[in-house]
Design a protein. Structure first.
Length: 169
């Protein structure tokens, strides 16, 4: 499976429009980082992006890749998959369950749902390989964070003190 040139062009056009509307400078490095993601079906990590781009952009640093990815995420141009930005999380609950993840503070809570557990696996997923297990990850703002008006403007890095916003480098 690959992306069509039209899909890539549409994503790049959307990137330009969103960045312009947000007043974000379109640097060559940001454009190349986004272009690399927009052209991939592999869901690359920051390290994979860095390695793919470092020959074309010899002055690129891994830190710049991370800062650009979080900026793109904050602008709604990309989304994260898997672990949150600060660390891999672990779960000793081996019973079948699902997760609610707060996109603001990183809190993860278990919940059960017979309806979600019993969702049939689509044939398109089965064609990708053998399924060992499934779970649903629901993302949103937890009730604690939703009561905090100071945090309403933008997601923050959980390692930063409350009220301190990340810079948009």
């Amino acid at each position: 499976m690959s992306l069509s040139k039209q899909d890539i062009a549409r994503r790049l056009s959307h990137f330009h429009a969103v960045a312009k509307a947000a007043g974000i400078k379109l640097t060559h490095q940001r454009l190349e980082i986004f272009r690399e993601i927009a052209s991939s079906i592999e869901h690359p990590s920051a390290e994979i992006l860095f390695n793919a781009l470092k020959l074309r952009l010899p002055t690129l640093s891994l830190d710049t890749v991370y800062r650009s990815l979080w900026l793109l995420n904050d602008l709604g141009l990309i989304m994260t998959l898997g672990a949150r930005r600060e660390s891999l999380r672990f779960d000793a609950n081996l019973e079948h369950h699902h997760h609610f993840v707060c996109t603001r503070c990183g809190r993860i809570r278990d919940f059960t749902s017979p309806q979600l557990t019993d969702l049939p696996i689509p044939d398109a997923v089965k064609e990708l390989g053998h399924i060992d297990s499934t779970h649903v990850e629901v993302r949103g703002i937890c009730t604690t964070c939703s009561k905090d008006p100071v945090e309403d403007s933008a997601p923050r890095n959980p390692k930063q003190p409350k009220g301190e916003k990340r810079s948009r480098s």
